[in-house]
Every structure is written in C-alpha cells, then in structure tokens.
Design a protein around this ligand. Structure first.
Ligand code: GDP
Ligand code: MG
Ligand code: ZN
Length: 301
C-alpha cells in the first residue's frame, strides 16, 4: 500500500470505469474511482492518491463551476464539467436536427454556460442557404453562429482560435457534423492520440468513442471532443429552467396573466400572444411543449 499525500489533477478523459488524470506538471495517470459508481466527468478537478508510477485512485471531486449533462429516461449522461462555453457543431449535410440543437441550448442555459453554434462544412454551397435559413430564428434570439469549413484548415483555425483562447470549450454535436475534423485542425496531434486509443479498444478508426480534453497549441486554451448523440433528454430540468432555455420567450413571459403560466393553453398568456403575432417561432414553441410534456410524463411514474 502506498502512503503518499494526495495530489490534485484534472480529468482529461473518461473511459467508462477509469479516467485519465493530468497532474499540474503534465504527468498522466490512469485513475479508478473509489467505490463502484463514479460521478466524475471530464473537466473535473480531483484529488487522487497515487499508486505505483502510473496509476491512482480518485478520492474526491472538487467543487464544480458547472456540469453539462443530459438525461434520457432514468439514465443520465454527463458531458463535461467546468466548461466555459459549449460549441454546438452542425452542418448542412447530413441535415442537423433542430430538436437536438434546441435541447443542447436549453441544457447549456441551465448549466450557466455560454453557447455558440458552429455551422461547419460551409463549403457545401448547395445546401448552405437552407441551413442558414433554419438557423435564423436562433440568430434572431441572440445565439451566436460561426460559419467554418474544416476542409479550409487555415481559415477555420483563424476563425476559431480567437473564440477558444484562454477558455475551456466543449464540442458537442450529432455524428458526422465534423467535430473530429475540426479538432484535428486545431490540435495537430489529436488524431494520433484518438486513433491509438480507438485501435486499443478495437473501435472504428474514425469513431469518437470517449470524451477527451485536448490542449490547444501553446496552451492557448482547452477543447473537449465528445462522441455524437442521437437523443438529448432533459429530465433533470424543472419547468422554469426549460422556459429560460428559450430566451426569446423572456419578454413575452412578463405579459402572462398567471405567475405559474405554462404557456400552452392559459388565457392571457403573453407567449401564446407573441406566437400568434409571429414573434415566436411555432417550431420553437413546439419544442418547448415537447420537453415539458416529456418531463411531466416522467413525473407520473
Ligand atoms: N465538405 C466537408 N466535409 C467535412 C467537413 N468537415 C468534416 N467533413 C467530413 O464529414 C465527415 C464526418 O466528419 P467527422 O469529423 O468524423 O465528424 P464527427 O462525427 O462530428 O466527429 C468526414 O467524412 C469528414 O471528412 C467540412 O468542413 N466540409
Ligand atoms: Mg468524432
Ligand atoms: Zn404564458
């Protein structure tokens, strides 16, 4: 048994049962949580007890600034902790889901994280106008949108680096939107590291299977890559948090007659009035109602 003092480090990768922890001097240790279940997430600051030269146990997760997660049915999936901004990567092809995009924005809001949409593959000029048009309602309510093409590496880097500087950013998106291609442009040695890991796991060469934090060159910021997702449940959010995830409702909510208005059928509802006037998009209001209905259905069990 080792009897050395605990060390503080940061989780830079999660692989199911074990985690990669980076220490302040850059050393890496493979660490296992104490106990069966672990709440640790990439980005967490942790206290570890070193074991041998390469391993350790995670004794404690230090207090988090924030945590982004989703919850589908009874399972929750933590994306990352202590994140400064969420970068949601979408593309004109394959067509992105407005439902998933809207949910990711709600989750970011609830976690107190800035969010920016990265519209990748801007070189696909045939389908780009439609993608832009689908984003307009989010642009209108103040969500920043940045267009890049990961295939035009130098330009993409020049556009993204100022956004990433001195911050920890989380790349999130459906698969095939180009997250890994963007990451490889930004972090030149990322691909080698990802592939070595995928080969070890027997996973596909181009499939991101785990969440991992990378340092940008010159330590100018951190970026976290994550596997794609097909579902984005928000069962952990209450009605107020869901409502605040739709910033374009904020003004209209002040006009609601009832303080506990759910903005679905109530008389004197400011949101429904704004919807009728075309100031709030019907798709966004539908998404709001879907999330609310899912959470209500869960509470009946
Ligand atoms: N035309 C075009 N294709 C891209 C761009 N970025 C990525 N791709 C392609 O899209 C596919 C999915 O990319 P990948 O990075 O694996 O997506 P991920 O699943 O989000 O990590 C690959 O075939 C990439 O070569 C881009 O900016 N333009
Ligand atoms: Mg990927
Ligand atoms: Zn209302």
């Amino acid at each position: 048994m080792d009897n050395r003092p605990p060390l503080q480090g940061r989780i830079i990768a999660a692989h199911g049962r074990h985690f990669t922890v980076e220490l302040p001097d850059g050393a890496i240790r493979k660490c296992f949580p104490r106990g069966k279940k672990s709440e640790a997430a990439v980005g967490d600051q942790v206290e570890i007890s070193p074991q041998g030269t390469e391993e350790g146990s995670i004794d404690r997760i230090l207090e988090r600034r924030n945590l982004l997660y989703r919850s589908d049915d009874m399972r929750t999936k933590q994306f990352a902790a202590n994140v400064d901004q969420l970068l949601i990567v979408i593309a004109p092809e394959p067509a992105f889901s407005e439902d998933l995009l809207g949910r990711a924005l709600v989750a970011a809001h609830a976690a107190d994280m800035d969010a920016t949409i990265i519209l990748n593959k801007s070189d696909l000029t045939d389908s780009l106008p439609q993608a832009r048009q689908r984003l307009q309602k989010l642009r209108d309510c103040g969500v920043p949108v940045v267009e890049v093409s990961a295939l035009e590496q130098d330009e993409a880097i020049a556009t993204l680096i100022p956004l990433l500087r001195s911050r920890c950013s989380l790349l999130l998106g459906q698969s095939a939107m180009g997250k890994s291609t963007l990451l490889n442009a930004l972090v030149p040695d990322a691909e080698a590291r990802t592939q070595a890991h995928s080969v070890a796991l027997g996973a596909g060469r181009h499939t991101t299977t785990s969440t991992r934090l990378y340092h940008l060159p010159d330590n100018s910021g951190d970026i976290i890559d994550s596997p794609g997702f097909q579902a984005f449940g928000l069962f952990h959010l209450g009605p107020g948090e869901i409502e605040r995830g739709f910033p374009e409702f904020a003004q209209a909510v002040k006009q609601c007659r009832f303080y506990n208005c759910t903005h679905r059928h109530e008389p004197g509802c400011g949101v429904l009035a704004a919807l009728t006037r075309g100031e709030i998009s019907a798709e966004r209001h539908d998404l709001y109602k879907r999330i609310l209905a899912e959470n209500e259905a869960l509470q009946r069990y």
